[in-house]
Design a binder for this molecule. Structure first.
Ligand SMILES: Cc1cc2nc3c(=O)[nH]c(=O)nc-3n(C[C@H](O)[C@H](O)[C@H](O)COP(=O)(O)O)c2cc1C
Ligand SMILES: [Fe+2]
Ligand SMILES: [Fe+2]
Length: 400
């Protein structure tokens, strides 16, 4: 047991927790770490599904050795995803188990060569192809661009386990509990959404393709490469992924603003009061200078309403707001109601840029838009309050 946690008879979680990396992919804060999930199947053939990052390898290799015993080797390593948080350990595994074949698709093979100089013993598989292990079979689903070109998923027959790669996974170490029914699932859902919206969300159409491809496959357990294993209700996480990748959102408003000296912040406070006066409790306010952008993106992905406020800076928007707008455009955020406001000193530009962002993105602009000269006039502050009201009416009317 201590050398691997059984999922079902003969199939073990053998992953690692990473409590050292502060920024995943050198950009996303992971205050509670991240797990790299790797799985071992002991059948007539021995299969390892995905590996780990090339960090804390000692425990991982020891665990594998203990589970295998002195005589057994790994026959296959299935690489569902080549990102180095999973494939980093592949070269050392290849050295330890020289007869091991690496299972992947044509893109996997290319990246194995480019990233790890591995060219031999690659077992290529195509969509729907199966691999016989003895008692079990593996079936491979190609799910390109969820979120790299080579991403694929591996389904175990008859156990009904889907090893899904990064899909359905998220940040946070597995602190003892590894299953959805053993952990604080709300915490992980928040982190899975942060992972999805920031890393996978741009590829939402490909996520929809993948969900459609899984179709009628009976998925009893989902083992992603990060975060908990979904065994009590795998349909729930598929349903969340389905909704997120269709840009369907919940009732609530994100108020994201920047402010150097407080003029725009006073306006933001008036908008917030308007939202509250209209009866909305779910308001997430982010100062774009202090909230990490990944949390802002996550909340925007969750809620229907968005209000953006910015001072004018160099004739455009405040730089951290500019970064947010760029990311939202890249991710092709859709189906959102958006209000805008801001402050300027002389020629202005921020509110114009914000408004252009909303209309260029095909989002629904909620009026009034307010552009204050330095400190907003009492009438303009009143209009900010009215914007809060209008936003609540809009999110309650349009999609409820
Ligand atoms: C570094 C800097 C650059 C600015 N650039 C412009 C500008 O290009 N055009 C403009 O109309 N106002 C500009 N302003 C004025 C601000 O937009 C104005 O003071 C605004 O009220 C600031 O709002 P805040 O208190 O919320 O930061 C600039 C201010 C600063 C500090
Ligand atoms: Fe990845
Ligand atoms: Fe990953």
């Amino acid at each position: 047991m201590q050398y691997g946690i059984p999922i079902v008879d003969g199939i073990y979680w053998v992953g690692n927790n990473d409590r050292r990396t502060a920024l995943f992919e050198s950009i996303w804060p992971i205050p509670r770490g991240v797990s790299y999930n790797s799985y071992l199947i002991l059948d007539e053939k021995v299969v390892l599904i995905d590996a780990v990052k090339d960090l804390s390898l000692r425990g991982y290799l020891l665990r594998l050795k203990r589970l295998l015993g002195p005589d057994r080797q790994i026959d296959y390593l299935v690489v569902n995803h080549m990102e180095p948080d999973h494939s980093g350990a592949v070269p050392i595994l290849k050295q330890m188990f020289p007869a091991m074949k690496i299972v992947g698709n044509k893109k996997t093979a290319q990246y194995l060569t480019k990233l790890h100089a591995i060219e031999d013993d690659i077992h290529l598989v195509a969509d729907g192809e199966e691999l016989d292990l003895g008692k079990r079979k593996l079936r491979f689903f190609m799910t390109p661009m969820v979120h790299w070109p080579e991403t694929m998923m591996t389904y175990v027959i008859p156990s009904g386990i889907l090893f899904s790669g990064d899909a359905f996974g998220g940040f946070g170490c597995l602190e003892g509990g590894i299953f959805d029914d053993e952990v604080d699932v709300q915490y992980f859902e928040d982190e899975i959404l942060r992972y999805f919206s920031n890393i996978v969300g741009k590829y939402s159409p490909m996520v929809q393709n993948a969900i459609e491809k899984l179709g009628k496959t009976e998925v009893k357990i989902i083992g992603p490469t990060h975060g908990p294993i979904w065994r009590s209700n795998p349909a729930h996480i598929i349903d969340l992924y389905d909704r997120w990748s269709r840009h369907d959102a919940e009732s609530g408003v994100v108020l994201a603003f920047g402010s150097m000296y407080g003029n725009t912040e006073v306006m933001a406070d008036a908008v917030a009061r308007g939202l509250s006066d209209a009866g909305l409790k779910t308001v997430r306010t982010h100062n774009v200078s202090t909230s990490h952008i990944s949390y802002i993106i996550r909340d925007i992905w969750r809620y229907k309403g968005l209000v953006l406020g910015s001072p004018t800076y160099d004739a455009g928007v405040f730089p951290p707001m500019d970064a947010l707008l760029r990311l939202l455009s890249t991710k092709r955020i859709a189906k959102r109601h958006v209000g805008v406001f801001g402050s300027h000193g002389w020629a202005g530009g921020a509110v114009k840029t914000l408004t252009k962002f909303v209309t260029d993105s095909g989002l629904d602009l909620v009026e009034p838009t307010i552009d204050a000269n330095f400190r907003g006039s009492p009438e303009q502050i009143e209009q900010c309050h009215a914007l809060g009201h209008a936003m609540v009416r809009r999110i309650r009317g349009a999609y409820q």
